[in-house]
Write a protein that binds this ligand. Structure first.
Ligand SMILES: [Zn+2]
Length: 463
């Protein structure tokens, strides 16, 4: 027993009680914050009791969804697992998750039989890797986030290399073969690498959006693409040296995207189906399948887990509004927004007809305070696929202006979630689908209003 870790657990649990009693709600970081104050090494002390090892999942987009997919697969495989699913992916969030599962002696319940599955913020990866000595690290992609959050893509790439320098040499890397910025993490890595990637020419596009990976890390050359799916994701090769997209170990193909689900083929597993759609979610699924394979999960558990996965907070959740179906599609950065818009374009073209879309822009800290990023988002290709649209959030006017320049039908700028929901209900037929594309805090505001109206509970508390 480690006395300091035990004291940290007790302090964290006390903080959890106090913050629950004060009805702070959602304060999942508080117990961890307090525990870390008492013992800065509490994540390592508790996490290293996990007898089946630790798995870290990071990347700009998709880490929450990918983690939930892996968690569901582990459940199907009956592998006990500790997962920071309640949200915070900073060290304090990992600490909260571990403290909640520990006793007052600083011992993790069922620790020796359990696996740790941790979604980790990009910038937290070096600290998490050092503390947890993971057996596997999965990287989904590397895009530019909101301009003022982590600075350049290069900053994050540097942090990831720093994390790998502190990782156990035998740890397995699960890497996106189609993202050259992720693929470069394999350069010089002494341990095993499991690649995932997508082979589906039907999903390739020439209007692939903002491009975040510019130069080959080895030679400084530029990349050319035989297939490009979105941004810099695709079948790349360096124009100057011999580097090119590695052959995937987990290879997806024959993708079919519907409104509520997607299916695709994976070599060795056959056709897989999941209740999420969009090419970006197919990538999340491939990352999850690859991670599950590194963990030696049975094929049946992988398929069943994927089929049973529930959407994460705001990611393709369906909420009820007076007989309409609000389909929430969270966007946190230009790349994420472009992928959602590509999906909407595909849905409009594949028989869905013109769409009703509300785009919500806030500029609070968690959204990114510089909203100029919306001018890097390709709203233009969807203009012909819009029937009605609304601009909402604190920066509704900026959004309305952006949509006007993109050639969308006139979008009223509406402040406040209540007025927005009234306008949507008034402007759409009952039984119809309304696609809501919010930034993070705009999504929170909207859900709060939906909950106040009693409209959403049965959908979002189903777990
Ligand atoms: Zn090169």
């Amino acid at each position: 027993m480690n006395a300091r870790a035990a004291a940290a657990v007790i302090a964290g649990k006390t903080a959890a009680l106090v913050s629950r009693r004060a009805a702070r709600g959602g304060g999942t970081a508080v117990p961890g914050l307090v525990a870390e104050r008492v013992d800065p090494r509490v994540v390592g002390h508790l996490g290293r009791q996990l007898g089946r090892g630790r798995v870290l999942i990071t990347g700009t987009n998709g880490k929450t969804t990918t983690s939930r997919m892996v968690a569901r697969m582990l459940e199907e495989a009956r592998v006990p697992c500790i997962h920071n699913r309640e949200g915070s992916n900073l060290m304090r969030g990992l600490a909260s998750t571990l403290v909640a599962r520990s006793n007052a002696a600083g011992k993790l319940a069922r620790g020796s039989a359990s696996l740790g599955l941790f979604e980790v913020d990009e910038a937290t990866l070096p600290a998490a890797t050092k503390a947890l000595a993971p057996r596997a690290l999965a990287f989904t992609n590397l895009f530019r986030d909101q301009l003022d959050r982590y600075g350049e893509v290069d900053t994050v790439a540097t942090l990831w290399r720093e994390a790998l320098a502190n990782a156990p040499r035998e740890a397995a890397l699960v890497l996106n073969a189609d993202d050259p910025s992720v693929a470069e993490l394999a350069i010089g890595w002494p341990g095993p690498v499991h690649w995932f990637g997508l082979d589906d020419p039907a999903l390739a596009t020439t209007a692939a959006g903002a491009f975040d990976a510019r130069w080959c890390r080895v030679c400084g050359g530029t990349f050319a693409y035989d297939l490009r799916y979105f941004a810099h994701i695709g079948h790349w090769r360096c124009m100057r040296c011999e580097r090119k997209r590695p052959t995937p170990d987990t290879r997806g193909s024959e993708v079919t995207l519907a409104l509520d689900e997607a299916s695709f083929n994976v070599d060795g597993l056959g056709e897989l189906t999941m209740p999420l759609t969009g090419a970006y979610n197919v990538y999340n699924a491939l990352a999850a399948v690859a991670t599950a394979r590194v963990l030696d999960l049975p094929a049946a558990a992988i398929a069943a887990g994927l089929a049973a996965v529930q959407p994460a907070f705001g990611r393709q959740e369906v909420l009820a509004l007076e007989g309409r179906f609000l389909r929430l599609m969270l966007c946190k950065n230009p790349a994420g927004a472009n992928q959602v818009l590509q999906l909407l374009g595909a849905l409009a073209r594949s028989g869905g007809g013109p769409l009703d879309v509300a785009v919500l822009l806030n500029d609070r800290f968690a959204d990114g305070q510089d909203v100029s990023w919306i001018w890097d988002v390709d709203f233009e290709p969807l203009a012909a696929g819009i029937r009605a649209c609304w601009a909402g959030g604190d920066r509704a006017e900026d959004m309305a202006l952006r949509l006007k320049y993109a050639g969308w039908p006139p979008a009223p700028a509406i402040h406040g979630p209540s007025a927005l929901l009234d306008a949507i209900a008034a402007g759409t037929p009952a039984g119809g689908d309304v696609f809501v594309v919010p930034t993070y805090t705009a999504m929170l505001d909207l859900r709060e209003e939906l909950a106040r109206r009693g409209a959403a509970g049965q959908f979002w508390e189903r777990e």
